[in-house]
Design a protein around this ligand. Structure first.
Ligand code: CTP
Ligand code: CA
Length: 228
């Protein structure tokens, strides 16, 4: 009975999930990027669709197949991610930032391939990208009760340290929920199993472990439960 109640609890809701990893172009053939597969974001999209939501997946270079039943918007850089997410925000009941967004972008993109100059070094000047999660949280655009969710992978000594880092990050971002992951000494990237702590500004909402689908369901449980 409980599973049946939960099964369609996102019906009538529009959820927007960012997934994968953004890339910042250095020259015509090179970029700064990261190894995020997009697996957690894709699991969020699939489970939200199962629970009845209309799903938009904002995909940055994901290597996972896109789930059927999700609309897909492809983005490359963090600037494109910002543009897509802010454009989708007005109709979103929930926004989930599972993407690994590049924090820095080259001050300028070289017109031609960067060449070795014989000096033995290369200096790149980078500037900070838009903090998309903070921008979404500050904007306030969207339906009443919109829930904004961030992710944070931290290297913490223990659960108390993890919570301390998480609380500071959540306050800095201004989001409603933060999904915290302790990555010290653990192989999380590309791994099928995971363990997370979900926090709100004033409380630890829940902890969950399991595969990415199980974690995704618990994240939607936290989103659904935020107003109850
Ligand atoms: N994020 C974002 N825009 C960025 C960087 C990160 O929206 N330019 C989002 C991520 O998608 C994630 C959350 O912010 O949901 C936290 O990312 P994280 O890298 O942990 O936070 P940063 O503020 O970049 O801090 P750090 O210096 O620890 O990397
Ligand atoms: Ca970062």
């Amino acid at each position: 009975a409980v599973a049946a109640v939960r099964a369609r609890d996102l019906a009538g809701r529009h959820v927007v999930i960012s997934a994968g990893g953004t890339r910042e172009q250095l020259d015509p053939v090179r970029f700064l990027g990261n190894a995020s597969s997009g697996r957690q974001g894709v699991a969020l999209a699939r489970t939200a669709a199962l629970r009845g939501a209309r799903v938009t997946l904002v995909a940055a270079h994901i290597t996972e197949p896109v789930p059927s039943g999700a609309d897909v918007v492809r983005v490359g850089s963090t600037a494109e991610l910002a543009e897509a997410m802010l454009a989708l925000q007005p109709t979103a009941d929930a926004l989930v930032m599972a993407v690994a967004a590049a924090d820095f972008t080259p001050e300028r993109v070289a017109d031609g391939k960067i060449k070795k100059d014989g000096s033995g070094t290369l200096e790149l000047r980078l500037t900070e990208t838009t903090d998309v999660l903070a921008a979404l949280s500050a904007s306030g655009a969207g339906p009443a009760g919109q829930v904004i969710v961030g992710f944070a992978a931290e290297t913490a000594d223990d659960e108390a340290h993890l919570l301390e880092l998480g609380r500071a990050k959540l306050a800095r971002k201004g989001c409603d929920l933060l999904v915290l992951n302790n990555v010290s000494g653990g192989a999380v990237f590309g791994s099928p199993d995971n363990s997370v702590t979900i926090i709100a500004p004033d409380q630890v909402v829940l902890t969950a472990s399991g595969d990415k689908a199980a974690i995704a369901h618990r994240i939607w449980d936290a989103v659904v439960g935020i107003h109850s």
